[in-house]
Design a protein around this ligand. Sequence first.
Ligand code: PGA
Length: 252
Amino acid sequence: MRTKIVAGNWKMNKTYKETKALVKELKKSIKDVALVNTRVVIAPTFVNLQKASKMTKKSVIEVASQNMHQADSGAFTGEISAEMLKGIYVDIVILGHSERREYFGETDELLALKVDAALKNNLEIIFCFGEVLEDRKSGNHFKVVESQIKNALFHLDSDAWSHITLAYEPVWAIGTGETASPDQAQEMHAFIRELVAERYLSDVSEEVSILYGGSVKPGNAEEIFSKADVDGGLIGGAALSVKDFMGIVKAI
Ligand code: PGA
């Protein structure tokens, strides 16, 4: 059975104090939820990762980084390596988020290097991709998603895939309040699973969790998560509120 995942991407939000308060509340609330085959992940900013990691040590909540550099170490001012994340007990990294691609120029080729560096350091990866509105309008969305996945991930061997979670995030649905319809999400997720099945054995494609991201809220989560190939969500805005995030966790 595929693992379900609800992951909160906090982006550049929450100070140290606010992080402590939110983690504390989440820890408390999550105790009342019976999680079946479901993982709950939060991704605070770099400076607050260590605190969040310490605070969640005995909780079911797991902590992820929003990014990392591809090199082991060196003259890369302002960057963080995979080994540094491991050093503070962070075992998951989000790579390829559309905001990293759009505002920080991250390309598929660069992401392939980051993927390799993460795996080399035994980090799990939540790998994001998705089309922009023009691609969707012109009917190019399948092609775009296919090349994003192939270019960054298809050099990997099958074994590596046990460390990969995919996150389909149509860029036009991120932070816009506009969600892909549950059917649109399912259509793309099924396409992605088929793509993975063609390249690898079907046990890889059947095992890989594919999350949906883009304006997931407590009100629409249940319907999206009910789709056969949707294994959870990557949550932005709604992850900043205990009530909303827990509403989404409960929906799964
Ligand atoms: P959103 O963000 O839920 O605010 O649309 C999703 C994401 O960027 O991962």
